[in-house]
Design a protein around this ligand. Structure first.
Ligand SMILES: Cc1cc2nc3c(=O)[nH]c(=O)nc-3n(C[C@H](O)[C@H](O)[C@H](O)COP(=O)(O)O)c2cc1C
Length: 335
């Protein structure tokens, strides 16, 4: 990516350990082939879906990713403008380099991602601040009791943001100083549920791979599950998201939306994920590459091309709506 510092490029592209899971997220799709239907008189397919009462133009949302101002000077604001331009949802990372209020000023549909902090009052403050800015859902990332070992960053000595950039949403409301993100291995379900007391927004848990955890999330009244291994940045060797999906979808049994991220790059990947039981998908790195290449327009181009590809693949599969993307359209082949 021209213009992107190689150290920052490594931060965005890389993952934990040997990056087996980074790689597996994409290659796992290779084993899943489409078995299209023909002569279904679909007309132009309709890829819209309704999520938490909002009609979205298509099933591709923006995953939370940190530090957009490392990729482009306009950072999260550019990404949000692109979300607004295309009508999709942007999930703003807790590690965003732009204040949530400024991002919300673009008029984009926003969700806000957070890691519950050991300081419960600060977690409540964060959730309240995001809600006041107008976000419409909270995404609680649960796959990070500790930091994954990202060896590219260790080799490059990439430990901190360059001066002038900061995690603007981590400013302490009293001192104004930016706090560090604290990952807490003693967190449990009750820490997620505590957010219920401070917000009426839907709460999704992100980073679920095991079907028992998905069932637990539903049993505890959470509003959505995101099947994710954090783009392979946490547990190297974790199962590819698309491989974890069927058992999670089966455990959830349609009671709440099941989203998926990890390795989604083409319309075929989106259609495959929905046919395997996902309600929608999110993309992480493709948004970063669009941002680095062309700011707002770059991100909008990524989102538009993927959207067009989804519609094309739906037509080629004989599916008029997302509801027609069902498991019978898939065959698993040997690698
Ligand atoms: C550079 C980068 C930063 C990320 N930052 C966060 C984050 O702050 N919070 C979070 O929940 N997930 C974070 N993720 C994980 C993404 O939300 C998502 O799970 C992952 O990128 C999806 O995989 P993909 O990049 O293959 O599309 C990050 C991923 C990348 C690549």
């Amino acid at each position: 990516m021209a213009g992107l510092d190689p150290v920052h490029r490594d931060f965005f592209a890389g993952g934990a350990g040997d990056e087996r899971t980074v790689h597996a997220n994409e290659t796992a799709f290779d084993r899943l082939r489409l078995l299209p239907r023909v002569l279904r008189a679909t007309g132009v397919p309709d890829p819209r879906l309704t999520l938490f009462g909002t009609v979205l133009p298509g099933p591709v949302l923006i995953a939370p990713t940190a530090f957009h101002r490392l990729a482009h000077p306009d950072g999260e604001t550019a990404t949000a403008h692109a979300a607004r331009d295309t009508g999709t949802v942007m999930t703003v990372s807790m590690a965003a380099t732009t204040p949530i209020e400024k991002i919300a000023g673009t008029g984009a549909r926003l969700w806000f991602q957070l890691y519950p902090q050991p300081d419960r009052d600060f977690t409540a403050h964060l959730a309240g601040r995001a809600a006041a800015a107008g976000v419409t859902a909270l995404v609680v990332t649960v796959d990070s009791p500790v930091f994954g070992r990202r060896e590219r960053d260790l080799r490059n000595g990439f430990l901190d943001l360059p001066s002038g950039l900061a995690c603007e949403n981590l400013r302490d409301p009293v001192t104004g100083r930016v706090r560090d993100i604290v990952l807490d291995p003693s967190l449990g379900w009750d820490d997620v549920l505590r957010l219920r007391a401070v917000t009426r927004l839907p709460i999704l848990v992100k980073g679920v791979l095991h079907p028992a955890d998905a069932a637990e999330a539903v049993a505890r009244g959470l509003d959505g599950v995101i099947v994710s291994n954090h783009g392979g940045r946490q547990l190297d060797g974790a199962v590819a998201s698309i491989d974890a999906l069927p058992a999670v979808a089966e455990a959830v049994r349609g009671r709440v939306p099941v989203l998926l991220d990890g390795g989604v790059r083409r319309g075929t990947d989106v259609v495959t994920a929905l046919a395997r039981g996902a309600t929608a998908v999110l993309i992480g790195r493709p948004v970063i590459w669009g941002l680095a290449a062309g700011g707002r327009d770059g991100v909008a181009t990524v989102l538009r091309r993927l959207h067009e590809d989804v519609v094309r693949v739906m037509a080629l599969c004989g599916a008029a709506t997302l509801a027609e993307l069902t498991p019978d359209l898939l065959r698993e082949v040997r690698p």
